[in-house]
Design a protein around this ligand. Structure first.
Ligand SMILES: [Zn+2]
Length: 177
């Protein structure tokens, strides 16, 4: 695809660079920028000093509804919603901004980020496609990720009803929520 101007091209390169710096896989770059695969590969090698990992992305919606990933996924989608409500960002820029805010939040709470930017991208795609959605917890009123078709009338989130095996990380997760 021919780009309209040098400025547009520079913007695309800057977007791709921001995504690469955050660890995005090639599939994300191809979907979210208008640069050719050849240029993306070149840019990736230049910035990372190696070729991007190959292979398909393995994520399914199930992973996002397991306990700890669900808390992280819900946090990220809530950040994305808030950004979308008060800014007019391009999709790729919104992803970058959302992911940076998510990392800042994890750092502030001394949590290991459970989501890579590629997972975050996949998650937002699932939400966009209606395969995952936010639903309010009937106890704390926070909004959490559930699968389309899950029964949610009496939904209680993973922080209000912590599974026993999650005891160790409970304090950290509560602080993050
Ligand atoms: Zn709750």
């Amino acid at each position: 695809m021919r780009l309209a101007s040098v400025v547009d091209d520079a913007n695309e390169v800057s977007r791709a660079s921001a995504l690469i710096a955050l660890g995005a896989r090639l599939q994300v770059l191809e979907a979210e920028t208008r640069l050719s695969r050849e240029r993306l590969l070149k840019l990736y090698k230049e910035l990372k000093g190696c070729s991007p990992p190959k292979g398909m992305l393995p994520f399914s919606t199930d992973w996002f509804v397991t306990w700890m990933p669900n808390i992280h996924a819900s946090l990220l989608v809530n950040i994305h919603r808030r950004l979308a409500a008060c800014t007019k960002l391009d999709r790729a820029d919104a992803l970058v901004r959302t992911y940076r805010l998510y990392l800042e939040h994890c750092a502030a709470q001394e949590l290991d980020p459970a989501l890579s930017i590629t997972r975050a991208w996949r998650l937002l795609k699932f939400v966009e496609a209606g395969m995952l959605k936010l639903t309010p917890c009937t106890r704390c009123a926070g909004h959490y990720i559930v699968r389309e078709g899950d029964l949610t009338r009496h939904y209680v989130c993973g922080l209000c009803d912590v599974p026993a095996r999650a005891g160790k990380t409970r304090a950290a997760a509560l602080a993050a929520a």
